[in-house]
Design a protein around this ligand. Structure first.
Ligand SMILES: [Zn+2]
Length: 233
């Protein structure tokens, strides 16, 4: 009887574990919904918060980060960096296409990013630091994006969008990891305290998001340490 109990307990544990695994994979924050065949762009909240870090890093005048305006000066800068994954929760793909195509409606928004070595869409997103009462502390720079399929969150197969033919398949996400140039806010000289980090996407409303049920703005709180104390990488 004891053995059976242990056996049952084990089976139950296995069932619970596998159910948990399945639940995790299918439990998405932003499942695909009927958006009239249009994309709906939003940000993965878990990855945004979990990957956030503050580091001190050296930038020289010849570097693309300084030349792109991703840092406000040269030398050691304190940067608050994080992952941004743009999820497409609409039932239509985001199709941005090829910049070389003269009929591309977004042709005017493409620009070359020397840090990334490919074309981005301008004014797609902005990264900002605010006080807890909402006063802007660091305007942040407008991070450009080259849209491609990185992870599947929900829905079907990738339609294979990449930096040459940009887009995000319905149910997929485009990952900008924190090690990428400009994937940060330059917080050099910001006094110690608690702040809000805010990311806004589809800033200029370039892309039609239909009902736009899912948020285009994400915020989280962060503690900024004393600027006189070096932070370890
Ligand atoms: Zn890029």
């Amino acid at each position: 009887m004891k053995q059976i109990t242990v056996g049952l307990a084990l089976l139950l544990l296995v069932l619970l574990t596998s159910q948990h695994a399945v639940a995790q994979r299918s439990s998405v924050d932003y499942p695909v919904y009927d958006n009239g065949g249009k994309p709906d762009l939003t940000i993965d909240p878990k990855r945004f918060v979990s990957q956030m870090a503050i580091i001190d890093r050296y930038f020289d005048a010849a570097g693309c980060e300084f030349q792109e305006g991703a840092v406000g000066g040269t030398g050691y800068r304190r940067i608050l960096r994080f992952d941004t994954v743009v999820i497409n929760g609409g039932d239509g793909d985001l199709i941005v296409g090829d910049r070389a195509d003269p009929t591309n409606p977004y042709a005017a928004y493409f620009y070359f990013s020397p840090c990334h070595g490919h074309y981005h869409i301008r004014d797609f997103s902005v990264y900002e630091l605010l006080t807890l009462d909402g006063t802007l502390v660091v305007a942040g720079h407008k991070q450009g994006f080259c849209f491609e399929d990185s992870f599947k969150y929900d829905g079907g197969k990738s339609h294979g969008y990449d930096c040459a033919y940009q887009g995000i398949t319905s149910g997929w996400g485009d990952w900008y990891y924190k090690q990428l140039g400009g994937q940060w806010i330059d917080i050099t000289g910001v006094p110690e305290g608690d702040y809000i980090v805010r990311v806004t996407i589809n800033l200029a409303g370039i892309f039609d998001e239909g009902a736009n049920r899912y948020p285009n703005v994400i915020e989280t709180r962060i503690h900024v340490p004393d600027p006189r104390n070096k932070v370890s990488n």
